[in-house]
Design a protein around this ligand. Structure first.
Ligand code: FES
Length: 579
């Protein structure tokens, strides 16, 4: 057993591997020597597991191999042992059917890899949308001291000399192409100019949002979000995080359970509102809170967002890109703006409180990180709706919606499969009225499965011809954080779980009342009961493999779409074979 190197410091967990007697200890030691470590390395040096989601199939995470080396240097410099371990990579652009199907699988892998190996602390490397949530959830469940290093945003896009933002500018040109106001060559120019380096999408999509929230939650070093992926600052942040992990291993904390408190989640929700962040983050925060045993629900999301204006001028809610946020002072400067609303005493991995980080921050550009009294968008940029169509709740990104549609009643145009809607929307023979409410169901956590990002459904071509650029869309799926439009998402319960969304028929009136936080189906309860009886319950999945497991155990969107048997934490204790 490793002797503590200072009174009160915990015995290193790795020592129970390296100091074992008999066969078990010898096998461990000989293979650590095989890995190039010296016998003295195994005598009390903390082991830092570097869990990386690097993959060539995740182009935006391609820089993580280099960052892992920087982390390792930082670990060595502080007298630790770095052990890099790959974990599942979730590449948003390439993976099918949707990365969200695998977020929980990544979290299981992180939890089990961390528990099964002699790690005293973790550095978690991720960047693409679902990687950071999966890493956080796994770390929370194994509860080893952990620090996150995100990939950082890629270089800003550039199309014909003009700045262009990930996702957002591509969606725009594709809509213009559908309306015959752009050419294939225009689309090709955007495709080529949008993704110019490694790093995550540099608009306020899910990746940027989750990086901001990780910093707000206290699990990433101050300034760790916005430093560009290919910059020297990020290399230094990675090395510093490696060194920090060694100190955390020696001190035995802080552990995720000490940082991810109710106050930290409230801070994160306030930051989510202030950055005009992705709706996907709501799912991820709810799921993460579930792992931590912190009570958090959709009402908290709505309550905290109501008073927080959008302060960050970044697309799609604003006009800038993440490089502008870095130049303006990054998340620490934003925390400074928000300090009157935040729990200033919340702890972070850095050792400083949120209040101390905010106080030390420098703000360089008031037009990018706005003051509370001169925001980009009014408070309530994110709203939670309830009503007869969404008894479990639904979310809408008000900041990216059309103001004129936030109070709207219109006839439903209903589709059980998104493919059918896409065909109808592209068919000039289908001519819905201008006030149509598009309803697409079967896209929830269980139904599709994995809640694909289909919510930003294209506007029907006949409406585009008439100059209509936005309609109310309602679905039980998700939407890319870089998308925009009046889209009601995450309707719970989903249709495949027997939610009222399954009962809507063409022509039914649907009322969206964002001011009143309602989403209602204007059909008599008696008629709905008739329809309910005529609608057979979806059979329990008998599929094999991961998809079957997911479908049988996934919770609804209002619980973060975690799996029911993953809620909570198991800690880092692991049995030893008795030999
Ligand atoms: Fe990975 Fe956008 S594609 S963050």
């Amino acid at each position: 057993m490793t002797v503590p190197d200072a009174p009160g410091r915990p015995v290193l967990r790795s020592g129970t591997w390296f100091d074992g007697s008999g066969k078990a200890g010898s096998v461990v030691r000989t293979h650590m020597l095989q890995a190039g470590f010296a016998p003295e390395d195994l005598a009390g040096k903390p082991v830092v597991g570097i869990l990386s989601t690097w993959s060539e199939a995740t182009p935006c995470n391609a820089g993580l191999r280099d960052l892992a080396e920087r982390v390792a240097r930082g670990v060595l410099a502080e007298g630790g042992i770095p052990l890099e371990a790959p974990v599942m990579s979730l590449g948003e652009p390439l993976m099918r059917p949707t990365t969200m199907l695998y977020r929980n699988l990544l979290s299981i892998e992180v939890e089990e890899v961390a528990r099964a190996n002699p790690f005293d602390a973790l550095v978690l490397l991720g960047g693409c949308d679902k990687t950071v949530p999966g890493l956080l959830m796994g770390a929370a469940s194994v509860d080893l001291p952990s620090v996150v290093v995100t990939t950082g945003p890629m270089l800003s896009g550039s199309v014909c000399g003009r700045p262009a933002g990930s996702g957002t500018d591509l969606w725009r040109v594709l809509e213009e192409r559908r309306a015959d106001r752009a050419t294939d060559a225009d689309v090709a120019l955007v495709e080529r100019g949008l993704s110019r380096s490694t790093g995550h999408c540099m608009t306020m999509g899910t990746a940027s949002t989750m990086a901001c929230l990780t910093e707000a939650l206290g699990l990433q070093l101050p300034g760790g979000t916005a430093a560009v992926a290919v910059g020297a600052d990020r290399s230094r942040l990675a090395a510093a995080s490696g060194g920090l992990a060694v100190a955390m291993a020696r001190d035995g904390g802080p552990r995720p359970s000490e940082l991810l408190t109710r106050e930290a989640f409230e801070n994160a929700l306030i930051v989510l509102a202030a950055i005009g962040g992705s709706t996907n983050a709501v799912l991820h925060l709810l799921a993460l809170a579930g792992r931590c045993g912190v009570p958090l629900d959709l009402d908290d999301v709505d309550r905290l967002a109501r008073d927080v204006p959008v302060l960050l001028d970044v697309a799609p809610s604003g006009s800038g890109l993440m490089a502008d946020v870095e130049a303006a002072g990054g998340v620490p400067a934003l925390l400074g703006r928000l300090l009157p609303l935040l729990h200033a005493g919340a702890s972070t991995v850095s050792g400083a409180t949120v209040g101390e980080i905010a106080a030390a921050a420098s703000l360089h550009d008031q037009s990018v990180i706005r003051p509370l009294d001169r925001p980009v968008a009014a408070p309530g940029g994110l709203a939670v709706l309830r009503g007869s169509l969404a008894p479990g709740g639904a979310v809408i990104k008000v900041a990216s919606a059309s103001p004129a549609l936030l109070q709207h009643t219109g006839p439903a145009w209903v589709f059980d499969q998104v493919e059918d809607y896409l065909a109808a929307a592209a068919d000039p023979a289908d001519d819905p009225p201008d006030d149509v409410v598009v309803v697409v169901r079967g896209a929830g956590p269980r139904g599709w499965p994995g809640m694909p990002e289909i919510g930003n459904l294209p506007i029907p071509v006949r409406l585009l011809e008439r100059g209509v650029r936005d309609v109310v869309r309602v679905c039980d799926g998700r939407m890319s954080g870089t998308a925009y439009g009046t889209v009601v998402l995450h309707v719970a319960p989903e249709s495949a779980a027997g939610g009222p969304l399954a009962l809507v028929r063409n022509g039914d009136l649907v009322r969206l009342d964002v001011r009143g936080r309602r989403l209602d189906l204007l059909v008599d309860e008696a008629e709905l009961e008739v329809r309910r009886r005529a609608t057979p319950a979806a059979p329990v999945s008998t599929e094999r493999g991961w998809t079957g497991l997911h479908r049988r155990h996934v919770l609804q969107a209002d619980r973060g779409a975690d799996l029911d048997f993953l809620v909570g934490a198991s800690g880092s204790e692991v049995p030893r074979a008795p030999f």
